[in-house]
Design a protein around this ligand. Structure first.
Ligand SMILES: Cc1cc2nc3c(=O)[nH]c(=O)nc-3n(C[C@H](O)[C@H](O)[C@H](O)COP(=O)(O)OP(=O)(O)OC[C@H]3O[C@@H](n4cnc5c(N)ncnc54)[C@H](O)[C@@H]3O)c2cc1C
Length: 501
């Protein structure tokens, strides 16, 4: 197969990208060092924004069949049985087709994604191939890999490093992960009840002696236990099985038989590479940025990198497109989102949240619960947790003069009962708001959708046309539209040279 994109690393981000590229008709080769998917549970939750993207690429149903669906997430105080924090995604059913989160260990996510990639005629997965070098010239990229039958060379117009925090691609581009590593340490254990199972509610937290322990039941009788490590405790003490037994007793108030399937001690990072794209090579996922696992944003942010990048690589292969501008927008947009949202979340949770719960126990969570109790605040919380917020403001392909531009489009129900995203099917579209003369919609080959009026928070006055990109981001809001103005907005959104339309 002659690939158009080489993906180095077949973790959750690389595999998602392969599916995203195939959705846009792009052939890819994925080189993955490990013959089998990881057995580590690592990322446990797939948030609504990532699910929306994976649904566009045909991965939602198989993933959902393997996982546990939660439309509401409630955190409980283990000592008193009191609810501490609640995010009810069903509040967002007017703007989200699948209002909920999927609990699925990363090992299962990778297994399902591998099966989907293996079954896709446009994807080729080379498992057991370790990429060793990467070089690029003006026409393409050459990746050398060590496979079962020796050294092999792969060439393609573009390559993407999805090879994790220690991958070779970022090194080949001469970049590092800059930022901060916090002093706080956390210990994580996956525990299976071997006798009488612990019963939900889940997640539950305990606060005793200045430590915070969280337990999440991610599959029947399988719990993820995460605890902050006391500053004076050694790594050995933190990982000690006796210490885990104490944590479990605090969480569940009783002794039960259990086995540990995985444990890990980790520090919290807030780091990103200087640039996510250079000439013909991009980086995505942990290869590009590292964040706290608290809030479960690491893998999710990587899948959203793939959503931003997949269509841009597909368009960049078309010679009518100004590829450098479009691909530079990947760098600008994802940098802004990672630094402005994901890193800010890591920073506030580590710098303020961790010391607050150490000092005051459940009190900060009680206050947060009160703060987010009303429906308006619940919606805000669900949008933030579900990674549905954030805005690209500095992109060369987004006309950010209107406050809606650069945001994810709300997945509204259209007059015929079908939602915007279902009708778009993961492709670009024009959304006409209000009654428009047919002559104002240019024949761009895009799906044209229509709504009578926009939700108030869009701040859109009809008649208006929205340009929606394949990743569901609003690229432009064209008020008082004319054929020429909509065409110009479309050209900018897809970095098309003017003579192509
Ligand atoms: C202890 C822990 C807990 C975590 N918990 C969460 C959580 O709850 N929620 C969350 O969202 N995130 C969590 N994360 C983070 C999450 O696991 C990562 O963000 C996610 O794995 C990133 O996916 P990726 O595909 O970018 O990288 P990786 O998962 O690291 O995948 C990289 C892939 O590249 C392959 N590879 C590397 N080098 C080469 C090479 N030279 N050639 C070929 N293949 C190569 C590797 O074998 C691997 O399969 C956690 C991480 C850790 C360590």
């Amino acid at each position: 197969m002659s690939a158009q994109v080489i993906i180095v690393g077949g973790g959750p981000v690389g595999l998602s990208l392969a599916l995203g590229l195939a959705h846009h008709g792009v052939r890819s080769i994925t080189l993955e060092r490990e013959p089998e998917p990881t057995t580590e549970s690592r990322a446990l939750v797939i948030w609504p924004r990532s699910l929306e993207v994976l649904a566009d690429w045909g991965a939602f149903e198989p993933l959902r069949a393997a996982g546990t669906w939660r439309s509401k997430i409630e955190m409980w105080y283990a000592q008193t049985g009191e609810p501490l924090l609640q995010a009810d995604f069903s509040m967002l059913s007017d703007v989200l087709a699948r209002p909920g989160a999927l609990l699925l260990p990363q090992s299962d996510t990778e297994r399902v994604l591998r099966q989907l990639v293996a079954a896709n005629a446009l994807c080729e997965l080379h498992a057991g191939y370790e990429a060793t070098t990467l070089e690029q010239d003006s026409d393409g990229v050459i990746v050398t890999a060590h496979g079962p039958s020796g050294i092999e060379r792969f060439r393609a117009p573009y390559a993407v490093g999805c090879d994790g925090a220690h991958g070779i691609v970022r090194h080949a581009l001469g970049m590092t992960l800059e930022g901060a590593t916090y002093r706080a340490r956390a210990v994580l254990s996956d525990v299976t009840a071997t006798g009488t199972p612990w019963t939900p509610p889940s997640p539950r937290v305990s606060f005793i002696d200045g430590t915070f322990t969280l337990g999440i039941e991610y599959a029947p009788s399988r719990w993820r236990i995460v605890s902050l490590v006391a500053e004076d405790a050694s790594d050995e003490q933190a990982l000690d099985s006796q210490a885990l037994a104490v944590r479990l007793e605090r969480l569940f108030g009783e002794k039960r038989a259990w086995t540990v399937t995985w444990s890990s001690l980790f520090r919290i990072h807030r780091r990103h590479a200087q640039c996510f794209f250079e000439a013909r090579v991009a980086i995505a996922g942990d290869a590009a940025h590292l964040n706290s696992p608290a809030g479960g944003q690491g893998m999710n942010a990587g899948i959203q990198d793939a959503a931003n990048l997949a269509w841009k690589l597909a368009y960049a292969l078309d010679e009518r497109v100004d590829a450098p501008t479009l691909l530079e927008s990947y760098n600008q947009e994802r940098h802004e989102m990672i630094m402005g949202n994901v890193e800010r979340f890591t920073d506030s949770i580590t710098r303020y949240g961790t010391p607050a719960v150490r000092r005051f126990g459940p009190l900060p969570l009680r206050l947060v619960r009160r703060w987010f109790r009303g429906p308006g605040m619940q919606r805000k919380l669900c949008r933030a947790i579900g990674m549905l917020g954030g805005r690209y403001t500095k992109s060369p392909v987004i006309d950010s003069r209107h406050p809606l531009a650069g945001r994810r489009v709300d997945d509204l129900v259209l007059a015929d009962g079908v939602r915007i995203n279902q009708r778009r099917g993961g492709k670009a579209a024009l959304l006409a708001v209000g009654a428009l003369a047919t002559a104002t919609i240019p024949p761009l080959g895009a799906t044209v959708l229509q709504i009578g009026a926009a939700p108030r928070h869009w701040l859109v006055k009809p008649p208006t046309v929205l340009v929606i990109r394949p990743d569901g981001c609003v690229a432009a809001v064209v008020e008082k539209p004319t054929k020429e103005r909509v065409t110009a907005a479309w050209q900018k959104a897809f970095a098309l040279s003017p003579q192509t339309l």
